[in-house]
Design a protein around this ligand. Sequence first.
Ligand code: NDP
Ligand code: OXD
Length: 308
Amino acid sequence: MTLLYTSDPARGQIWRDIFAKEAADIGFVAPPEAYDPAAIRYLAAWSPPADLIASLPNLEVLFSIGAGVDQFDMASLPPHIQVVRMIEPGIVAGMVEYATMAVLALHRDLIPYRAAQAEQRWAPIKLVPAEQRRVGVMGLGQLGKAVLGALRPFGFALSGWSRSPHAVEGVTCHSGREGLGTFLAGCDILLCLLPLTPDTRGILSRDLLSRLPEGAMLINAARGGHLVAEDLLALLDQGHLSAAMLDVTDPEPLPAAHPFWRHPRILLTPHVASMTRADSAARALIANIHRHQAGEPMDGGVARGRGY
Ligand code: NDP
Ligand code: OXD
């Protein structure tokens, strides 16, 4: 059985070495190296073209190189192909660091201080104790739960929202459309960690963001497609929202004229919240291929119908 890898060549070399040392039973090929399309049962890719998939008659599993699978065109994938997202500790660690940094940056007024420094203004802002700052996370999956766990020791009032009900220690959990209003009304800082699906595209809209308390702040570390850019700008300009930190945008990168670049109350990072770590991802993939071989469920299997 052979895995075809079609992503970043530097990571590919690390994966090739790890597969050779630790999983000699799995063949590893990466273009431009020649391969027999009929031998490929596994494909690891970020955004494979439809003609590549069509050229692999025995493909069984498509592995995403990252945590998200929204970059795949699910409709054009033959129905028998299983889709698996990347679950590996490097992605979680990166997101925990980023989300902690972002929540603390907004909580400790980094955005107004950045503006004050540019104007040479010495302008202290009264501290809000962490227990009086309500932080809500949309998405209680592998990332949302890990982030909430890391935020707990700071003492924030934590809540979370997901599709189905969850119980997370120290976190007030809400679910479904019926739980959304109560969740939003209790978020001074809202962090989006949802997958991008037909249900969640454009969810960070004027309608939803208006239900946050006056002066609330937004962090989007999920996908640019969750956010309606003009709605965020309007709510910042009206003062309903006071700041935003965005790791993801639509499109990426933003065009030079996009208002996000120069907005004084938006802090941008270039989709770096978390990155797949080559060594731990290779080992996660090997473990999943062995599970598949053994007829066991794989870690990160995607329900194609719901998109995550
Ligand atoms: P998971 O699949 O583990 O978790 C998704 C969570 O979102 C679940 O709790 C799920 O609810 C919830 N959810 C999905 N749809 C809805 C909906 N319609 N309404 C309410 N809740 C919903 O995903 P991960 O935590 O692994 O990753 C989340 C996303 O983070 C990725 O899809 C990716 O887009 C983004 N990401 C961004 C990175 C970056 O660098 N910026 C890096 C890595 C990931 P339920 O539990 O009920 O199923
Ligand atoms: C991912 C990402 O989905 O980096 O892993 O965005």
